[in-house]
Design a protein around this ligand. Structure first.
Ligand SMILES: [Zn+2]
Length: 278
């Protein structure tokens, strides 16, 4: 990109160190950004999603979020081993209660995808969350300075030590993994809702409302219905605005990502047949 800008405008820029130049370069060269995003996404599927997430079939489509100003993709994937479908079928056969069902699913998601809704700051000796490491308004951490910006690094730039990887994860989650309400997600409800102020909008991503943002903090996992009536897993959470995510995905893709497991109680063999017929 630096060479391209030099050739097309005669300007010398340092994109790694100059965040203003980086912002301008992205705004002025969207054709390069889209091409790069497409190549990067394709390679990510082949090199990470297939081997790390056990994915065998997938479909994805690009979209651009106007208020976020960013290209992103939506995707549907199938795993080779048909999990967690198989696991859920077994839980039904075993007659599991709701909490046992959610516990099995949550354990599977954490073991296989490192999925979590916990902010990686941990807790103190009394078991209270380390809010001194959380960004405002919930916590008191200092803003991340430009020279610690995790988005200009790649995973291979991070030292291979537990501390360095954990620090990188904390920076990334703080930077891109906390949901903030915006015109993109906030909607005026069609019908009056309890507890809302006049004209207060509600988050369609289920992160509360305009003046009371965030989800309920919870000690254990639970399955609940989303606004479309589809069952979804809510894992243990210590931060109200933490996006439920995969640690593997967060640190390898290095942007905000949201994984939902499709919870179906139908027989896994039927799903296999559907894939065969596609
Ligand atoms: Zn929202």
């Amino acid at each position: 990109m630096e060479q391209y800008i030099l050739q097309t405008t005669g300007q010398e820029v340092n994109l790694a160190e100059d965040s203003n130049a980086r912002f301008e370069a992205v705004q002025e060269n969207t054709h390069v950004v889209v091409k790069y995003f497409d190549l990067h996404t394709h390679s990510y599927h082949e090199k990470v999603l297939k081997p790390v997430f056990g994915v065998c079939n997938y479909w994805y489509g690009y979209e651009s979020a106007k208020s976020l100003g960013q290209i992103h993709w939506h995707q549907l994937s199938w795993r080779e081993d048909r999990q967690p479908h198989q696991l859920l079928d077994e839980a039904h056969q075993d007659g599991c209660e709701d909490d046992e069902y959610a516990a099995r699913l949550s354990e599977w998601a954490n073991e296989n995808f490192a999925m979590t809704s916990m902010l990686p700051a941990g807790s103190d000796e009394e078991g209270e969350p380390r809010t001194d490491l959380w960004p405002p308004p919930e916590g008191t951490a200092h803003p991340i300075s430009d020279d610690r910006d995790p988005l200009v690094k790649m995973l291979m730039d991070i030292a291979v030590s537990q501390d360095a990887i954990l620090e990188d994860r904390l920076l990334l989650v703080t930077w891109v993994g906390l949901h903030s309400g915006s015109d993109y997600c906030l909607r005026t409800p069609h019908h009056p809702q309890q507890g809302l102020q006049p004209r207060e909008r509600v988050c369609r991503m289920e992160f509360g409302s305009e003046f009371r943002p965030g989800k309920k903090v919870r000690i254990g996992p639970e399955t609940m219905e989303d606004h479309n009536g589809a069952p979804r897993l809510e894992m243990a959470r210590d931060h109200p605005r933490m996006v439920q995510h995969s640690q593997y995905e967060m640190q390898s893709w290095r942007a905000n990502g949201n994984i939902s497991l499709i919870l179906s109680s139908s027989c896994p063999d039927i799903q296999a047949l559907m894939i065969l017929l596609r």
